[in-house]
Ligand binder design. Structure first.
Ligand code: PBG
Length: 349
């Protein structure tokens, strides 16, 4: 950066007194960055990034395996909700100003094809209907994946020992339509099959839902940060792992390739997941698209903070706010976070 561009003319004068320079920029004592940090008011007016309740999406689990809400041991403070407790939680979210929830279902029975995923009376379909009947002013986003519904725990149909991409697209499309029929406001495919956004878009359009947006898990990495979620959803693969379809963590260009493909196929919002270990991916995606970019602060990110706070090692509130602002600063417009309710509370003045 040149001094002439960066600094007003007054600072360039003073040829009588040579000033220390670094990278072409005049430094101390002319520049005293602490001037803008002296009081909370001055910090407020120069702050570059803001977190708003409008940015937050709360993920919620709904199950049909028990008639009481079950605490999730690996995610202290989170529950597998019953239909009733889900409604109460959604109501609470709405009262705190949160505008969107992301729903995951835990069915009472699983099979090879994950058929409960598209069942008319499936756990998510019933939940969406109940939420929509209440007429809560709340966006209901449905996660679209099969791993919670398949007996083997993979995100698609298995043929010859591997996840069959193209056969899975048909099941996903069917599931997306059933979610939209139940009243889902946004569909969020998280399976990482090739061509899924195009397939789901076409199926939705065909079934009379051309206006239902798709939030694509565009850059979803094969991450160890999903560990607690898999406990919560009982979706750990029975054999192998997800590296055959989720992305390899060292890759950045591949994330851009995935996102571009999803955008070309009709995605309305693109997501990066996990968030904190992938801030560079969020930034890179922000720079190649005009679409809103979402980031998912996943279960492992949540549990690390909760357990460290419980152990008295970290200040819970400060860490939550700092990590979320870092995700925004990286370029995310929307943040999916299990901390959404607390944050909504803290953002209220
Ligand atoms: C389903 C899905 C997963 C998550 C969101 N959707 C699990 C996975 O891919 O194994 C993880 C969310 C979290 O960890 O909070 N495919």
């Amino acid at each position: 950066m040149s001094l002439a561009l960066a600094e007003p003319a007054a600072l360039q004068r003073g040829a009588d007194k040579p000033r220390p320079m670094q990278d072409g920029v005049s430094m101390f004592p002319i520049q005293r960055p602490r001037r803008l940090r002296a009081t909370s008011m001055i910090r407020d007016i120069v702050r570059e990034t803001q977190l708003s309740v409008d940015d937050l999406i709360l993920p919620l689990f709904v199950q049909e395996t028990s008639d009481t809400p079950e605490p999730i041991p690996s995610m202290p403070g989170q529950f597998r909700h019953t239909q009733t407790s889900l409604l109460a939680e959604a109501q609470k979210a709405r009262e705190l100003g949160v505008k969107a929830i992301l729903l995951f279902g835990i069915p009472s029975s699983k099979d090879e094809n994950g058929s409960q995923a598209w069942a008319e009376d499936g756990v998510v379909q019933r939940a969406v209907r109940a939420l929509k009947t209440r007429d809560l002013p709340l966006l209901v986003i449905t996660d679209l994946c099969l791993c919670e519904y398949t007996s083997h725990g993979h995100c698609g149909q298995i043929r010859n020992g591997r996840v069959d991409n193209d056969a899975t697209l048909q099941i996903l499309s069917r599931t997306a339509v059933s979610q939209a029929r139940a009243g889902a406001d946004i569909i969020a495919p998280s399976d990482m099959m090739d061509g899924r956004i195009g397939a789901v878009r076409e199926a939705l359009d065909h079934a009379g839902f051309p206006h239902t947006p798709i939030l694509s898990y565009a850059a979803k990495y094969a991450s160890a940060f999903y560990g607690p979620f898999r406990d919560a959803a009982g979706s750990t693969p029975r054999f192998g792992d997800r590296r055959g379809y989720q992305m390899d963590p060292p890759n950045l260009r591949e994330a851009l390739k995935e996102a571009r493909a999803d955008i070309a196929e009709g995605a309305d919002i693109v997501m990066v997941k996990p968030a904190l270990a992938y801030l560079d991916v969020i930034r890179a995606l922000r720079e190649i698209t005009y679409l809103p970019v979402a980031a998912y602060a996943v279960s492992g990110e949540y549990s690390m903070i909760e357990l460290a706070a419980k152990a008295g090692v970290l200040d819970r509130k400060k860490i939550i706010m700092e990590t979320l602002i870092s995700i925004k600063r990286a370029g995310a417009d929307l943040i999916i976070t299990y901390h959404a309710l607390d944050v909504a509370r803290w953002l209220r003045r």
